[in-house]
Design a protein. Structure first.
Length: 410
């Protein structure tokens, strides 16, 4: 058996393995009684790509993973791996590797025995198993741990052993089900990079299910946001974060200032809007429309602006500039978070400013400030029938939710 790290037909050279498989879910639907869990979902995962399925509880992401794994079977559509329809095959016939949130390691077996368990079940010779186990231990940076008991390992070490056990059989697709959910924050952040490194070294096609936005943004080639069994947006993490298609995506991936606007003019590539507000002089902006925007533009629409795109007392030419007053200020170590009353925009505005002892010591509650932002950072949102993805920005501020990795000030 060729291991993916060997120089062979399964070798990795700066990306996907030569024999990496393409995964395709083609119009897959799944219903549980009267509940439609997946609604004709189509998703392609390219060879060597790591795709994260991201969404709130009950959105359909776990059902999608179970259909890929063979724990569930679709009511309609097909699951294809490497062009072969595996929709009706049981899990042990699909050639998959899977890492669970709770690791599911065998406590009565050593680390080496856990890693080599699948090889032994496949009838691989003992000497070959030892070679493969040693290679896996080197890959997960646990050399010399072959004879350790599972209870002697830390949570992060157990997670690496679970990953090694999943990939030692050279699976066609690797499935990760909330793989870091059982770890504490510091260890989870370190393991994000560890798992990403191994997945890239192996060049294996991978699908991860997570509800953690930062985890998905950090580890993925592509993020797929799901709601009510439908894909709302799919793209590179930065693309989805910076250019959300609708309100659900904008609010689920971090905090967003969502502003109601009235359309005053438009052409093929831009739209002029005025913020609906109680101000005497509504805020007017001309915004670009992406070529992939396929929603209609009604008389009233919504736009989104990320908090880190909002500057305080730092106006620039060409930026929208408005007067406001600080309502709330929270220091979060790396940044200051502000809630600002800006009459020209109607709702309260939320802004993140990078913390620096030499440049920014924080504004005080009640302080009058100038808020400014570039129209290029304002995104026109398509209408969507999905409910709001998360608490409104004011609630997110009140509960002190930590910002995503992509939300640092610029």
């Amino acid at each position: 058996m060729n291991h993916p790290m060997q120089t062979s037909a399964g070798s990795t050279v700066g990306g996907a393995r030569a024999d990496a498989k393409r995964l395709l879910l083609d119009g897959v639907s799944k219903r549980y009684g009267n509940v439609l869990a997946l609604d004709a979902l189509t998703l392609a995962v390219e060879p060597g790509e790591l795709v994260s399925l991201l969404g709130p509880s009950g959105c359909g992401k776990t059902t999608t993973l179970r259909l890929i794994a063979g724990f569930e079977f679709p009511d309609a559509g097909s699951v294809r791996i490497g062009g072969n329809d595996v929709s009706a095959l049981p899990p042990n016939k699909r050639g998959l590797g899977m890492v669970f949130q709770n690791y599911s390691l065998f406590p009565h077996l050593t680390v080496g025995e856990n890693i080599g368990f699948g090889l032994r079940m496949a009838g691989v010779k003992r000497g070959d198993i030892a070679v493969q186990v040693k290679r896996m231990l080197d890959l997960i940076r646990l050399p010399g741990y072959c004879d350790r008991r599972i209870e002697q390992l830390s949570g992060g070490q157990q997670q690496r052993v679970a990953l090694a056990r999943a990939i030692v059989n050279d699976p066609s697709v690797l499935l990760l089900d909330e793989p870091l959910g059982a770890l504490d924050k510091n260890l989870r952040e370190g393991m994000q990079f560890e798992i990403r490194r191994m997945q890239q070294d192996l060049g294996i096609t991978s699908v991860m299910v997570t509800h953690d936005q930062e985890e998905a943004m950090t580890m993925s080639d592509r993020v797929v946001v799901i709601s009510h069994g439908r894909i709302l947006q799919s793209g590179a993490p930065r693309e989805v974060y910076d250019r959300p298609r609708n309100r659900f995506v904008a609010e689920f991936l971090g905090t967003a200032n969502v502003i109601d606007c009235r359309v005053t003019a438009r052409d093929e590539r831009s739209v002029s809007v005025a913020a609906l507000s109680t101000a005497d002089a509504p805020t007017a902006m001309t915004l670009g429309i992406g070529s992939d925007f396929d929603g209609e533009l009604p008389g009233v629409l919504q736009v989104a602006l990320r908090p880190e795109k909002v500057a305080i007392d730092a106006p620039r030419p060409g930026h929208v500039q408005l007067r406001g007053r600080i309502v709330q200020h929270v220091f979060r170590g790396a940044q200051h978070s502000y809630e600002i009353d800006v009459p020209g925009l109607g709702p309260r505005v939320y802004a993140y400013q990078q913390a620096s002892s030499s440049e920014h010591v924080g504004h005080s509650r009640g302080e009058a400030v100038t808020v400014s932002f570039s129209p290029n950072d304002v995104v026109v949102l398509e209408a969507d029938d999905a409910p709001p993805a998360a608490p409104h920005a004011s609630e997110a501020f009140a509960t002190q939710r930590a910002p995503l990795a992509g939300e640092g000030a610029r």
